[in-house]
Design a protein around this ligand. Structure first.
Ligand SMILES: Cc1cc2nc3c(=O)[nH]c(=O)nc-3n(C[C@H](O)[C@H](O)[C@H](O)COP(=O)(O)OP(=O)(O)OC[C@H]3O[C@@H](n4cnc5c(N)ncnc54)[C@H](O)[C@@H]3O)c2cc1C
Length: 461
């Protein structure tokens, strides 16, 4: 049988892998994406329950940019992949909220709302907040040689009120930090811009709108994608990657291998790995999805995303218990400019402990999923007492579900705290893209795939 040979093999059909694939195929590279699961999307895929098509990860897409804006991550990404703006069908959020015990801050895709809120509730912090915005605007968060810097330390030079500082950190940590209770300042700047300066939107039709579009584009460009094709080993010769061996035993050859599956996960595929393994991340989550006969606005709720914390200190760390009940992200998916659902939908994310879930018996696992649901309903009622008591449908997934369908060690949604900014690994021609290159979320992961394809393949030709 003839050995398959490509210019580039991409491990993983998550958003970074697909974006890299399109970019390379646009320049006539022979590309093959190998995906372990039976559908694309990875951490941001979809699944079916009865008649309902549910998004795995999508609350909102960060990095919103209105049509016609220039130089923003979203517009750069569309330009690099030659996708017309309208094809993503983005519906901007109404607004979002950060709710703490003693204060609530609203923010939207217009920075002015957040500034007004800070002005009213923390007037002595306004100057510092404005200085922070200027500094972040001038900071190059994507420079590949940025070293780790504690964001909490940097931000303390600008914001002296502890409650405000905690409130600002909450959305940025829970939407993208592999580090507990702090984050790398470059990551902070990426998240700050993507959430507070740019904002949230949701593709009408959910993440499938984007995935279908991307997969069609990839295949029209001649790209090959093989599902149910888990990679077991990266093959190398004289310190240079030269292909992969699949779990089926087949081998496929390529001059370059791009891996989107994570830093420690990729290291495990290198046979001769000599360096100490990268750390696995510890941040994982439970996700509860509930549908209702009425829409959130019928209960007086107009916010798209609510970052809810029952005290004035936000504790972002792997909890000692199965899941953290003190804080949650509540997503009201109907509350974007276009409501394409035929029912009310609420999603709730709680920080969770993978090891605790892993140690449960089958019976206890089931029981505890029911507890997650009843606690989610209780938290929703305590946040919004007028909300309906009864839901039509619900589903809960745990860190074990994340691990099962994405192969992320420990269900670590934001990957390892050890990022590989340049994408380089100990093997020549093996590069990491996506979450563990340091860029995540839908837009971040795609930009990472594109930039690694540009840097390590296209600019070399
Ligand atoms: C619950 C949840 C909520 C989220 N909410 C949002 C949100 O609201 N907005 C947002 O922008 N982002 C959100 N995210 C984050 C976002 O989904 C991710 O940051 C992004 O999708 C990561 O893409 P990636 O390409 O880096 O990695 P992945 O999506 O992990 O892609 C890697 C792919 O590699 C495959 N793979 C793994 N091992 C192998 C192997 N050995 N061989 C072959 N294939 C393999 C996996 O199956 C996977 O498809 C959320 C994630 C979750 C889980």
């Amino acid at each position: 049988m003839q050995q398959k040979k490509f210019d580039v093999i991409i491990i993983g059909a998550g958003l970074s892998g697909i974006a890299a694939g399109i970019r390379l195929a646009m320049f006539d590279k022979k590309v093959c994406i190998l995906e372990k699961h039976s559908i694309p999307g990875g951490l941001n895929s979809y699944y079916k329950r009865g008649k309902r098509l549910l998004d795995v990860g999508l609350h909102a897409m960060t990095n919103f940019a209105p049509q016609g804006s220039r130089g923003k991550p979203l517009t750069k990404l569309l330009k690099q992949l030659r996708i017309p703006y309208g094809d993503f069908a983005l519906a901007p959020q109404n607004y979002s909220k950060i709710v703490f015990a003693d204060s609530t801050l609203k923010f939207s895709n217009e920075l002015e709302l957040l500034k007004e809120q800070i002005n009213t509730q923390f007037p002595d912090q306004v100057d510092g907040f404005n200085r922070l915005i200027t500094m972040i605007g001038e900071f190059n968060e994507t420079a590949l040689d940025n070293e780790y810097q504690s964001a909490k330390e940097v931000v303390s030079n600008y914001i002296s009120n502890d409650i405000l500082k905690e409130m600002i950190f909450f959305p940025l940590l829970i939407y993208g930090s592999a580090w507990e209770n702090d984050m790398d300042f470059s990551q902070f700047a990426i998240m700050f811009k993507s959430i507070f300066l740019e904002g949230f939107s949701r593709p009408v039709g959910g993440v499938r709108t984007i995935l279908d579009l991307l997969m069609k584009k990839f295949s029209n460009l001649g790209g090959i994608v093989e599902y149910r094709s888990g990679v077991e080993q990266v093959l190398s010769k004289n310190g240079k990657a030269c292909g992969v061996k699949l779990e089926s035993g087949d081998t496929i050859l390529a001059s370059t291998v791009l891996s989107s599956i994570g830093n420690p996960e990729t290291m495990k595929l290198i046979e001769s790995q000599s360096e100490p393994a990268a750390r696995s991340g510890s941040m994982s989550f439970t996700e509860t999805i509930m549908t209702y006969g009425q829409r959130p606005k019928d209960f007086g709720e107009e916010a798209a995303i609510v970052f809810y914390n029952d005290s004035n200190i936000y504790d972002y760390r792997c909890p000692d218990s199965l899941y953290d009940k003190k804080s949650a992200v509540i997503c009201f998916s109907n509350n974007f400019a276009v409501d394409d659902f035929d029912e009310g939908i609420v999603r709730m994310t709680n920080i969770a402990n993978y090891s605790q879930w892993k140690n449960l018996s089958k019976e206890d696992y089931k029981k505890n999923k029911e507890l997650v649901l009843s606690d989610a309903k209780a938290l929703l009622k305590s946040y919004s007492p007028s909300f309906a008591d009864d839901h039509n449908f619900s589903d809960v997934f745990t860190p074990l579900t994340v691990e099962k369908f994405t192969s992320r060690i420990g269900g670590a949604v934001y990957g390892s705290p050890d990022k590989l900014r340049t994408g380089e690994t100990e093997l020549d021609s093996l590069y990491v893209c996506g979450t563990d290159q340091g860029f995540l979320g839908i837009v971040g992961a795609m930009l990472s795939g594109i930039s690694m394809a540009n840097l390590h393949v296209l600019s070399k030709n």
